[in-house]
Design a protein around this ligand. Structure first.
Ligand code: F6P
Length: 323
């Protein structure tokens, strides 16, 4: 192996920079040339690729986002787009690609491997919904940002005896809502994985009021059947059913821009180093992830055809705790 390229794709995630740094420096350490692709797969199609050196990745570990930039690239979903990217890689003698990203990105990685190009994926998304890794880069930082917001909202909720609907990210997955809901002591957690009826939810909140609670925190995943906006619409029309004055807070992209935690920097560094190790031993077409605390690899074919499961026993545990 002489020349490899690295890119970040999909939603940015705190820790991506630490992964880029690890890929670049461990690649250079092996005596390879390492190239950085700007703006994900879009940069690959346009040939927006530059050589990277030790100093190109100095002082980036502590920065959220990605120094390479990221994009969701529709053109890469088409075979013509991928063929253009492949042509560019081959013309420039690049022999393998490291793709740092989540589900959509690894679907792109898999499609490239299907066309015969060696790719190693690195599990990175704040949603933590990627099969093949129990934790993905960025989720720990995003969880901590969301949790801090919940803690703050709880204080003001108590002062005013209010209920708060707090919507967190996660796309179709309830992981962020479940974790921050439990750690934030929420009275209710609304997930895409569990059908929640607004009327039953209101009854649960009313019960909290009757039990003497000064506040009610409802953490809602953005992908739930009823999101925060829809639930608040229902609650406003049925205020007597809730028993609290209601406020809504949608955390949105704030969750993606936090300083990477130590956990994310370590995870990303281990993943980045493992990716070049894989390429060195000729293992490609795989995702580098975490399994029982260890670095593992999973074939991309398996990653894209399986869905990660959420541990719903935790939701039942929280129902018992929110007394
Ligand atoms: O996949 C990460 C994520 O932040 C999801 O939680 C969210 O649904 C989505 O990206 C938002 O995408 P965009 O940044 O393109 O609006």
């Amino acid at each position: 192996m002489k020349k490899i390229a690295v890119l970040t794709s999909g939603g940015d995630a705190p820790g991506m920079n630490a992964a880029i740094r690890a890929v670049v420096r461990t690649g250079l350490e092996r005596g390879w040339e390492v190239f950085g692709v700007k703006l994900g797969f879009a940069g690959l199609i346009e040939g927006n690729i530059n050589p990277m050196y030790d100093r190109s990745v100095s002082e980036i570990m502590q920065r959220a986002g990605t120094i390479l930039g990221s994009a969701r690239c529709q053109e890469f979903m088409e075979i013509e787009g991928r063929a253009k990217a492949l042509q560019y890689l081959e013309e420039n003698g690049i022999e393998a690609l490291v793709v740092i990203g989540g589900n959509g990105s690894q679907t792109g990685s898999y499609a490239l491997t299907q066309m015969g190009f060696p790719v190693v994926g690195i599990a990175s998304t704040i949603d933590n919904d990627l099969y093949g890794s129990e934790m993905t880069i960025g989720v720990d930082s995003a969880l901590n940002v969301a949790l801090e917001a919940i803690d703050r909202l709880k204080v003001t909720a108590s002062s005013h005896k209010r209920a708060f609907l707090i919507e967190v990210m996660g796309r179709h997955c309830g992981y962020i809502a479940l974790m921050t809901g439990i750690a934030g002591g929420a009275e209710a957690i609304v997930l895409p994985e569990v059908e929640t009826n607004p009327e039953e939810l209101a009854a649960e909140i009313l019960k909290a009021r009757e039990k003497g609670k000064a506040h009610a925190i409802i953490v809602v995943a953005e992908g739930a059947r009823y999101n925060a906006e829809e639930l608040s619409h229902y609650f406003k029309l049925n205020r007597d059913k809730l028993g609290f004055d209601l406020r809504v807070s949608i955390l949105g992209h704030i969750q993606r821009g936090g300083t990477p935690t130590l956990f994310d920097r370590m995870l990303a560094t281990r993943f980045g180093a493992a990716a070049t190790e894989c390429l060195d031993r000729g293992e490609d077409g795989v995702l580098v992830g975490l399994g029982r605390g260890e670095i593992i690899t999973t074939p991309l074919a398996e990653v894209v055809s399986n869905q990660k499961k959420l541990d719903l026993s935790l939701l039942h545990m929280n129902r018992a705790l929110a007394r």
